[in-house]
Design a protein. Structure first.
Length: 314
């Protein structure tokens, strides 16, 4: 039985094949250092491009943001693999080393005139609107809009990778985590004796951009549904073929003349596929039927997930 295949990120993924050769060279180096980080960079670039489209950014700015996304983690070239690929939680000392990838990536890009325009992506993608990010703890007014888009895409793909998603079922749980990152935190500030003023401290990520991410995720979930529906269509064709084999087999067993038996046997042979026999076709038929029901159940769960996402509030 063949399996349905689809990219977790839609096949309409943006792939910038005409990348600056210098960018492509750095990405090749990154792939040789850590293939997972290279794949992450591609995913983030895809998300950034699509977010820019939903944000109605002009084409030049969209390309600029996408190139920044491709290079945002390039500083990880200089992070030791025992830290970069550590499966468990990093120690405080290890995390301090990991955080250096922002400045290291910035320095790498800034020293090369061809890469310098994209240096800010490496530097700012872990900064937070409320000043709680790194490396410099700057706030919204000092964080480029490009980097605000990049942070949303980066955090989303990091969460997807961490949770090993292979389907968009329960993806709303990841979006809820990001919502918490975008919500404002109320705090009180003393102005004078016995006088308090309520203020609003900005969240870590831009809620406007997060809302557009919801649309991207819904698009990808709809694509997954389309892939599964196409696979179900294939399965149903296989079920009908095997049912016809079953029908021919019954008639062959009931036939009294050898010529008739041979007629139905030849028909069965034409319908059988590689690995199928008269002895196992019934088992295979049941497996196909079970697969159809399983995939229909998955489609319903994905539609439910879309309904949940549409109700999420930032």
């Amino acid at each position: 039985m063949i399996k349905e295949t689809y990219d977790f990120y839609s096949p309409f993924n943006f792939k910038l094949y005409n990348l600056n050769p210098k960018i492509q060279y750095q990405l090749d180096l990154l792939a040789s250092h850590d293939l997972i980080t290279r794949k992450h960079s591609e995913n983030v670039a895809n998300l950034v491009y699509r977010l820019c489209e939903y944000l109605h950014c002009n084409y030049k700015f969209t390309l600029y943001c996408t190139c920044c996304a491709y290079l945002h983690d390039i500083g990880k070239l200089f992070i030791p693999l025992e830290i970069l690929t550590k499966p468990g939680k990093l120690t405080e000392e290890e995390f301090e080393i990991m955080k250096n990838h922002t400045k290291l990536g910035y320095d790498l890009c800034y020293k090369d005139l061809a890469l310098r325009p994209y240096a800010d992506g490496a530097l700012y993608h872990h900064e937070a609107l409320n000043g709680s990010g790194y490396p410099n703890g700057v706030t919204k007014k000092d964080i480029p809009y490009m980097a605000q888009i990049l942070r949303v895409a980066d955090e989303y793909d990091a969460l997807v990778s961490k949770r090993h998603y292979k389907t968009h079922v329960n993806i709303s749980q990841t979006l809820k985590i990001l919502i918490k990152e975008a919500q404002s935190e109320e705090y009180t500030k003393s102005i004078a004796l016995d006088q308090l003023s309520n203020d609003s401290k900005l969240g870590k990520i831009n809620p406007k951009i997060l809302k557009k991410l919801f649309k991207v995720v819904i698009d990808d979930t709809m694509y997954e549904i389309a892939c599964i529906k196409e696979y179900v269509s294939h399965l149903l064709n296989e079920v009908e073929r095997l049912k016809l084999i079953d029908k021919f087999n019954e008639k062959m067993l009931l036939a009294k003349k050898d010529k008739k038996k041979e007629y139905y046997l030849n028909g069965i042979k034409v319908l059988l596929k590689k690995g199928e026999t008269l002895e196992n076709y019934e088992k295979i038929l049941e497996e196909y039927k079970d697969a159809v029901e399983s995939k229909k159940f998955m489609i319903n769960k994905l539609y439910d997930e879309i309904s949940i996402i549409k109700k999420l509030k930032v």
